[in-house]
Design a protein around this ligand. Structure first.
Ligand code: SF4
Length: 408
C-alpha cells in the first residue's frame, strides 16, 4: 500500500479555482445567532429578542435570573467558553464530563448547556426524559462534527460493503459527532470514544469478533488526527496501514484494494482550532523559551503531536498544568480561552499559547452573555428556548454506543 500523505494540505478540501478550504466545509459563517444552515448539524435562528450586547446590566440580569431559578436550572460550561459565560457555570469540564454531570442532576428540570450542539445532544441522550436541555445559541455547532453527515457516512458504509469489508469493520466515533453518527455507530456494533479513552476504545474495537470473521478494521469518525495519533502512537499500527476516506470524493477517493488492505479507515475530518497548530510553531517556541515543554491536544496533526513533549485531552492538559512545578515553562496547543484561563490561574508558571495568532473556537464563542441572559430570563418567564431533543430511535442506538464506551 502506498504511504499516507499527512501533510497539512492533504486534510483540506480544495475549492475549484485552486484555493484551499481549511474548514473542510463550504458554508459561510453565520452571524451570531442569526440565520440557518439546513445542511449543518447545528440549528436555526434564536427566537425572540436578544438583549443588546452593550447592555451594562447583563451580568446582573444573568445573576438575578439564575438566582430566581435556583435548583430548577443547572448550567454547564465547556472549558472553551468565554469568561463572561463560564462565570455562571455550575460545573465546567470537557464534553463527556459535562454530559455525565447533567445525568447526575435528575432534580434539575432544565440543563443549560454552554457548549456546542453535539454536546447538548449527548446530554439529552444521557439525561432523564423529564429533563430539558437548552443550547443558548442554536448556531453553536462544531465544524468537525459537521464534517461527517449522516448521509455521507451511510454512503461510506455502502462503499465498504461493496469492497467486501463492512462485515469486518467496527465503527468508532469520537464524542465530537452528531447524535445521528453516534446512532449509526451503535447500530453497527461500534462505540463512542473521547480523547481520554481513544486507546482503550480502539483496542476494544480490534478485539471484536466481526460478522465477517476476518481481521477487524476500524472506521474512525470524524477526526482523522485523533484516530491516526492513537492508532499509530499508542497501538503501533503503521502509518501505511491507515487510509483517509474523503466523503467529498467517489468511494472516498480510495480503491477497493486500499480499503481491503487498510486497518484504520480515517474519516477526513478535523478540528478547525487544533488543526491550526504547526511544527514550525513548535520549533519557534522552543527557540524562544528556554526549557519550554510543549503540551498539545491529540486533535492536532500527527506531525505536531510527534514533536510535542506531552499529548492529552483537555482534562489532561489542565491536570498537567495544575501539578507542574512553579517556575516551569509551557507552550500549550489547545483553544485560547482555556489557555488564557490557565495562565491567569497559574501566575507562578510561564504559560505560552503555541499559536502566534488568536485561535478561539468560533462556534463555541457563539454562546455569549446576551444569549445566556436570553435563555435564563426565558426560563424565569416559563418560556423554553432552543431545546435540543434527540429522536428516540437515534438516541437508543447512540446510547448503545455510549454504554459500550462506559463499559470499557
Ligand atoms: S474546538 Fe474543534 S472540535 Fe471543539 S467544538 Fe470547536 S471546532 Fe469542534
Amino acid at each position: 500500500m502506498s504511504s499516507v500523505d499527512v501533510s497539512e494540505d492533504a486534510y483540506a478540501p480544495h475549492i475549484p479555482g485552486g484555493s484551499v478550504d481549511r474548514s473542510g466545509t463550504a458554508r459561510a459563517l453565520l452571524l451570531l445567532g442569526r440565520g440557518s444552515d439546513p445542511d449543518s448539524e447545528r440549528g436555526v435562528d434564536c427566537p425572540g429578542e436578544l438583549p443588546a450586547i452593550s447592555d451594562p446590566g447583563l451580568v446582573e440580569r444573568a445573576r438575578a435570573a439564575k438566582a430566581a431559578l435556583g435548583e430548577k436550572v443547572f448550567v454547564l460550561g465547556h472549558h472553551y467558553q468565554r469568561d463572561e459565560v463560564i462565570q455562571f457555570a455550575d460545573v465546567t469540564g470537557d464534553s463527556f464530563k459535562l454530559a455525565r454531570e447533567a445525568a447526575a442532576r435528575p432534580q434539575a428540570p432544565y440543563i443549560v448547556f454552554c457548549g456546542v450542539h453535539f454536546m447538548a445532544e449527548s446530554a439529552d441522550i444521557l439525561t432523564a426524559s423529564s429533563q430539558r436541555v437548552l443550547l443558548p445559541d442554536l448556531a453553536a455547532g462544531c465544524s468537525m462534527a459537521d464534517m461527517a453527515r449522516d448521509v455521507q457516512v451511510h454512503h461510506a458504509w455502502d462503499a465498504l460493503t461493496a469492497a467486501g469489508v463492512a462485515a469486518d469493520t467496527v465503527p468508532v466515533t469520537y464524542m465530537n459527532s452528531s447524535a445521528a453518527i453516534k446512532g449509526f455507530t451503535g447500530e453497527h456494533g461500534g462505540l463512542v470514544c473521547t480523547s481520554s479513552n481513544a486507546e482503550r476504545a480502539l483496542r476494544w474495537a480490534f478485539a471484536q469478533r466481526t460478522e465477517g470473521g476476518g481481521q477487524p478494521k476500524v472506521l474512525f469518525l470524524p477526526d482523522q488526527h485523533l484516530g491516526r495519533n492513537t492508532a499509530v502512537r499508542q497501538l503501533g499500527i503503521g502509518l501505511d496501514e491507515c487510509v483517509v476516506y474523503n466523503p467529498l470524493e467517489p468511494n472516498g477517493g480510495l480503491s477497493v484494494e486500499q480499503l481491503q488492505a487498510a486497518r484504520m479507515i480515517l474519516w477526513r475530518g478535523h478540528c478547525s482550532v487544533h488543526g491550526r497548530f504547526t511544527t514550525a510553531q513548535v520549533a519557534a517556541v522552543r527557540e524562544r523559551v528556554a526549557g519550554v515543554r510543549v503540551l498539545v491536544h491529540p486533535e492536532c496533526t500527527y506531525e505536531v503531536v510527534s514533536q510535542a513533549d506531552l499529548v492529552g485531552s483537555t482534562e489532561f492538559i489542565i491536570d498537567t498544568i495544575e501539578s507542574a512545578p512553579a517556575g516551569s515553562s509551557w507552550a500549550i496547543g489547545t483553544e485560547l480561552n482555556l489557555v488564557r484561563r490557565l495562565a491567569q490561574a497559574h501566575p507562578d508558571k510561564q504559560i505560552t499559547f503555541l499559536e502566534s495568532t488568536v485561535c478561539y473556537c468560533a462556534t463555541m464563542n457563539r454562546i455569549d452573555l446576551p444569549h445566556l441572559v436570553h435563555t435564563l430570563e426565558g426560563l424565569v418567564r416559563g418560556e423554553v428556548y432552543n431545546q435540543i431533543t434527540v429522536e428516540e430511535t437515534v438516541a437508543a442506538n447512540a446510547r448503545t454506543a455510549l454504554d459500550r464506551m462506559l463499559a470499557l
